[in-house]
Design a protein around this ligand. Sequence first.
Ligand code: B12
Ligand code: SF4
Length: 539
Amino acid sequence: MAAPNVLMVFPRFNQNSFWSLQAACDIYGVKCPAPPLGLITMAAMLPKDWTVRLVNRNAEELTTADIDWADMVMTGGMLPQRDDTQKVIDLVHARGKPVAVGGPDPMSSPEAYVSADFRVLGEAEGIIHQFIEAWNKGERKGTFEGERFKVDVAVSPIPRFDLINFKHYLYVGVQFSRGCPFNCEFCDIIELYGRVPRSKTNDQMLAELQALYDAGYRGHVDFVDDNLIGNKKALKRFLPALKQWQVERRYPFEFSTEASMNLADDTELLGLLKDANFFAIFVGIESPDTDTLIATQKKQNTRRSLAESVHKIYAAGMFVIAGFIVGFDTEKHSMSQAMIECIEDTGIPVAMVGLLTALPNTQLTRRLEAEKRLLPFEAGAGDQCTAGLNFIPLRPKREILLDYKKVLEKIYEPNTYFDRVQRVGRALRRPDHDEKFNYAMAIHDAGFMTRLIWRMTVTRPELRAPFWRTIIDVARNNPSALQSVIIMITFYLHLGTFANTVIKELDRMIAAEDASPSEMRERPAVVAPTRMSASATAA
Ligand code: B12
Ligand code: SF4
């Protein structure tokens, strides 16, 4: 049988979400934040004589000519991509071609993908061979399911970076480990990838970065790990080698990642991350309230001053992006002031505040189901900013929405946001690396800076004063933090506007509650809850 042409299609996300970073992408001159690491990793496991092409629907059009070229289409992604995955399946079927789906959402909710010809469920390293064998035998449908948490990521191949057009993206993802040792009630990561982190070897990870480097990529690389510090021992073995690799090439990459708050307790680890050139860390703070953190099993965030912990990370040169959640069962009354104070005390500019969402396959979902409080899930309804609270809360929904609105109004008010950026700008202790000067990037950066200044001073005159105040202050007091400060400022172009969109949607939801309180509509079958609830950010 002739080796097939395989078209990988990465489905569309909802256009306007916290994570779409649309205005930041526009100003950098790129199409969307990041390429599909899952698809290009799986592509590297296909037989060498299969011809593979990639269309990322967030960056380019999928045409009928693309589909006609292919013998099969492989697609799939995460929950917010479910609706578009179905569209892709329909488009491909209309051209008479078979579709294989896989990836996190098919793995988590296979029943939502019955229209696909093949469902390849699980981490591809452990299951793709069964699909390949079936295809080669001439089978044109089937479901293949890998064993959970069994894949040794040390066998994962180097992703097919050659399939990506780097010009489309703000950054590129790589992965060192899968899984997280913690047990947050709302988390689906531990259900999909397990609680025993599995890490790649040093040589394997460096070969991956070398492939990215050889493909000509420079700049921001995100370690997409669920919790990079999940296995500290493996990470401490890797980071010195990463530093050495960076030094030998004069720091071609700057890194970001996701980690749990206990990172702040490990000075050695903070130093190693700094030396390797990590500049940003996403941390799930979730709530300023200790009872809530205990109830949602996020104990790693308790017994500490969150502000002190975050400032330790700043002192290691990395700014913090954090996830916060509104709508926990333990919120007895308004928590907006406490959350605003927490965001102000920690100084975190980029705070992803969302409504508690019960994702499929979580302890939270199972508990809410048992308590008969779970509502039907609308996969395409947006991200957790507007589509959360997919359950009957214990507090009146109106109060939760009002609280959420108050937090957004305060933290994304321009002066408050830029004040936090300015404070972080002073606190960051960026390392003094010997970075190689890159002409192409310098020209790109000059164009970017011109567009940024134009937007901040001409298109958005209300941002002019806080913008210059922040830039001048950091330039005077801590110039090495300027690059990070500019990133946080650029984020505001998206986040400020996005917060206003969410606020408008909250107003609509609050008005709907006024007209007909959901307590009256949805209450009937509720049984008394035993413990409490939670959301959708990680680490
Ligand atoms: C990076 C990441 C993001 C990035 C996405 C960047 C991008 N371009 O993709 C950002 C930050 C934007 C993001 C946002 C969100 N994310 Co996210 N994200 C991740 C994370 C941490 C890593 C993804 C990754 O690259 N993994 C590495 C690759 C190698 O693994 P993989 O994708 O699973 O692919 C493997 C297999 O699944 C398989 N495979 C993948 N695709 C296919 C296709 C076929 C046909 C086959 C056969 C196999 C296959 O092969 C690969 C190798 O084994 C995962 C957790 C995780 N560990 O994967 C969550 C995860 C995917 N995200 C999730 C969620 C819920 C979200 C959000 C909705 C909420 C949130 N967490 O904030 C938002 C929504 C975004 C939006 N725009 O609306 C859930 C998805 C659950 C589900 N049921 O789908 C996950 C699993 C965990 C989580 N809670 O964060 N996310
Ligand atoms: S939410 Fe984060 S810290 Fe908690 S279990 Fe999930 S990945 Fe780990």
